[in-house]
Each structure stands twice: as C-alpha cells, then as structure tokens.
Design a binder for this molecule. Structure first.
Ligand SMILES: [Zn+2]
Length: 182
C-alpha cells in the first residue's frame, strides 16, 4: 500500500512538473520494457463501497460472457486508493463552480489525504470556498477513489450505457468509468 501511494505521488509529481507527458513516460518505473496500453477501470461512486462476493462473481461472469477476449480483473483493497487515469490526466476543476483547481492546491490536498489512506476526502474549494470531496471534483479525464475496481484491458469497444446499467444492478451501486492510458 505504501509503495503504491509513493508510486502514485511520484508519477503525479512528474506529471505536474512537466507539460510533456511523453518525456515522463520513460521515467516511470512501471513503463520499462512495456508498450503503452489503454484500460478501462470501473469503480463505485462511493469510495468505501465493496460489493459482496456473490455480486463480484456475478459481475465477473457477466463481463466474461460479453468480453471474453479482454483481460478482466476485479480487485479490492483495505483502504481507499486513488484510481488514476495515467497519461490521460490533464487537469482538475471545481465540481461546484467549474473553475480550474491549481495543481499545487490539489497536490497538497492529495498529499494530506494520502497520509490518512484517503479515509477523509473532504476538500474546501479555493475558488468558491465551499466544502466538497476530492472524489467529486471534475477530473479531466475522469478519475476517482475506490476500494473496489474492475479493470478491463484489451477492450475493443467502450461499454454501452446498457451494460453499465446492468453492471450497476449486479453490483448494487452506481459506477464511474475511468479510461486510463499508460
Ligand atoms: Zn469552485
């Protein structure tokens, strides 16, 4: 867990310090010897939510039936983690007034929250001075926080709204889609 947090912060710092993502790609330890990849991550909208075992089994079966050729992984963690979008990270804006959040402000909030394993995601917006959550900010492209994540690699097409609705019914939670590129 500690290592994951470190990797996340290190890669975010690299992103924050450089406008050129192609430069940072070669610096990331996870990139060595790997070709770039795109994956879809699906998480509950409530970060602490973990579906029951039978719900997870049903979801996996449902997805394998539809996307047998893709690599489908379900994982859950003890603490909440930032589910990032990799190189698709561009910026963060306020979900209440729409103004851009300064990278420095967001990074500081993330560092503080990471120290407590993201148990408290509350965030007071510097723009409109209102209370929101790091999970509710508008990420470009989408990102979020979760204990449970479905990762689908080698996916040919996007999941339709109908598939997402069915998956939400199976897992008993609204879901958020995150497209990640590494
Ligand atoms: Zn605002």
């Amino acid at each position: 867990m500690r290592l994951l947090t470190f990797n996340f912060l290190a890669s975010m710092l690299l992103l924050a310090c450089s406008g050129n993502t192609s430069q940072t790609a070669s610096d990331k330890p996870t990139q060595k010897g790997k070709v770039s990849s795109t994956m879809l991550k699906i998480i509950p909208t409530v970060p602490s939510y973990i579906p029951g075992k039978s719900q997870q089994d049903s979801a996996k079966e449902f997805l394998i039936n539809l996307y047998g050729k893709a690599r489908i992984e379900l994982a859950s963690t003890d603490s909440i983690e930032f589910i990032d979008q990799g190189e698709n990270f561009d910026s963060v804006s306020c979900n209440l007034c729409g103004r851009a959040i300064k990278m420095e402000d967001w990074q500081n909030a993330m560092d503080n929250a990471a120290q407590r394993q993201f148990a408290d995601l509350s965030f007071v917006t510097p723009c409109c001075h209102k209370k929101t959550s790091l999970n509710d900010l508008t990420y470009h492209s989408a990102a979020g926080f979760a204990k449970f994540v479905i990762t689908i690699s080698d996916l040919q097409d996007d999941l339709s709204d109908k598939v997402i609705r069915d998956l939400q019914d199976i897992l008993g939670t609204p879901l958020r889609k995150i497209w990640a590129h590494y």
